[in-house]
Design a protein around this ligand. Structure first.
Ligand SMILES: NC(=O)c1ccc[n+]([C@@H]2O[C@H](COP(=O)([O-])OP(=O)(O)OC[C@H]3O[C@@H](n4cnc5c(N)ncnc54)[C@H](O)[C@@H]3O)[C@@H](O)[C@H]2O)c1
Length: 446
């Protein structure tokens, strides 16, 4: 982040642009806002989840960093949307969203502002899904980058960040011992896999539920037990939903659960656990038995515990992703937005087509490289010979070395490990190749 801050301060990729963002109002987001401002943007910010808002951070951003912040912890539904509308204010040039509510509001309740919007960025899987639907129906009015869909972000944020922080949220809320417990994880995407792997690391017996056969196979081959939710419900002691879908845990599942079952959601919206069904099944609800824990008495001696009212448990009961994770995630997003700002600028003379776009692969790599460098980790890079080999379609299985040499690319003998080359081939006048040993066909090392 610090490195990007310096770079943006020099290049000012957002000079004169207004950016409206709808993000979790946390310390990590504050750094993102400061980065955008360093790049020349005027930023307005609304919260993407009322329960994750840190009021002190909102105040600091407003007072110290000149940001128009519209967020307050625990605000109700009406207030939540009013804040988004106010963050849209007089009209942004660019938008950043986390879940799609800002883009949705822009297209439905603030459509007059749409012509000025050049493009945007979406941070999470659920938002990307909604945007793709909008684009497919021709309802999306500007180009958006799917910042969630990069290999580095999905690995670090989904698997490491969500995995660790969801477990953190469950432990802070309940102080339960996971070792030996049966934990059911619904969804084996980037987030669910992270939760499942971290829980297994703590000694839980993890059961995975899925609807995608490939993801289910993945879970099975990694040693997890895979079951439908109907079969997992009576077995589980802790349940985590991470699907992006709705009603993943419904009345029929809750009715089959063990006494003391703990229900937590990691998905973006509070629709994965059917909380209304839980309320209907309960004869009494004891709210706040611990912070972020409500106990639902089912009237037959069983009690089910719901964490964080069914909202994202890692953001409500813990602190969300650790800063290192958000450094990478926001780094990718900021670089992608800078790329988009340049691509849609009037000076560039053209607009990106309306639709959902991937993050350019070199941005993903650049962000990963910066994070590694910040940690003092360096990696190898391809030699010119290796690059030439990977780039060439002419090199066949039987004549690789000759062709490579004939193409004039000196290649280290170590590249051909196990092959007695006797030294780099020499290209003589007329393109003939000689070597101190006979050329050995590539791929045959006996
Ligand atoms: N809490 C966080 O900090 C955090 C971080 C990243 C993503 N998310 C959210 O978590 C959710 C999942 O994200 P992801 O990146 O893992 O998405 P993903 O699309 O990679 O994975 C979701 C998985 O759930 C499966 N699934 C869908 N419906 C299901 C059902 N009814 N039962 C069982 N499995 C089902 C899908 O087949 C898929 O494999 C999204 O809502 C995303 O926005 C939350």
């Amino acid at each position: 982040m610090a490195c990007l801050m310096q770079r943006f301060a020099v290049h000012r990729p957002f000079e004169g642009l207004a950016i409206a963002a709808c993000l979790h109002v946390t310390a990590e987001t504050a750094m993102m806002v400061r980065l955008l401002r360093a790049g020349g943007a005027a930023v307005s910010l609304a919260a993407s989840n009322p329960l994750s808002t840190q009021d002190d951070i909102a105040a600091a951003l407003a007072v110290r960093y000149g940001t128009a912040v519209f967020a307050r912890a625990g605000v109700d539904r009406r207030g939540y949307y009013r804040h988004i509308e106010r963050a849209l204010g007089a009209g942004p040039d660019l938008v950043i969203d986390d879940g799609g509510d800002l883009v949705n509001t822009l297209h439905t309740r603030a459509a007059a502002l749409l012509p000025a919007v050049r493009g945007g960025c979406e941070s999470t899987a659920t938002g990307v899904l909604r945007l793709r639907r909008m684009a497919a129906e021709g309802a999306l009015a500007f180009p958006v980058i799917a910042a969630d869909d990069t290999a580095a972000k999905r690995l670090v944020e989904g698997t490491c960040g969500t995995g660790q922080s969801v477990i953190d949220g469950i432990l802070r809320a309940t102080n339960t011992l996971l070792a030996g417990k049966a934990m059911v994880v619904a969804g084996f995407g980037a987030s669910g896999r992270g939760v499942a792997e971290r829980a297994r690391g703590l000694g839980a017996q993890v059961i995975v539920t899925e609807v995608d056969p490939v993801r289910a196979l993945d879970a099975s081959l990694r040693g997890f037990r895979v079951l439908p939710m109907a079969q997992a419900a009576p077995l589980g002691e802790v349940f985590v939903t991470a699907t992006g879908s709705c009603d993943v845990i419904g009345a029929e599942h809750i009715a089959a659960m063990r006494d003391g079952a703990i229900l937590a959601n990691a998905g973006h919206f509070d629709v994965e656990i059917d909380v209304r069904a839980l309320e209907n099944l309960a004869v009494a609800v004891h709210t706040g038995v611990r912070p972020h824990v409500d106990a639902y008495d089912l009237g037959d001696g069983r009690t089910v515990l719901l964490l964080a009212e069914g909202r994202v448990v890692n953001l409500v009961a813990a602190e969300g992703h650790p800063p290192e994770v958000m450094d990478l995630a926001f780094g990718i997003e900021a670089l992608a937005l800078a790329w988009l700002a340049a691509a849609v600028s009037p000076e560039a003379g053209g607009k990106l087509p309306v639709g959902v776009h991937e993050v350019p692969a070199d941005i993903d790599a650049e962000a990963a490289r910066l994070v590694l460098a910040a940690a003092g980790t360096s990696i190898d890079s391809l030699t010119p010979g290796q690059q030439a080999y990977l780039d060439s379609w002419r090199i066949g299985s039987l004549s690789g070395a000759r062709n490579l040499a004939a193409a004039g690319t000196a290649c280290s003998p170590t590249l051909w490990a196990g092959i007695p080359m006797g030294g780099p081939p020499v290209v003589a006048a007329g393109g003939r190749v000689s070597s101190s040993h006979a050329t050995i066909p590539i791929g045959y090392t006996k």
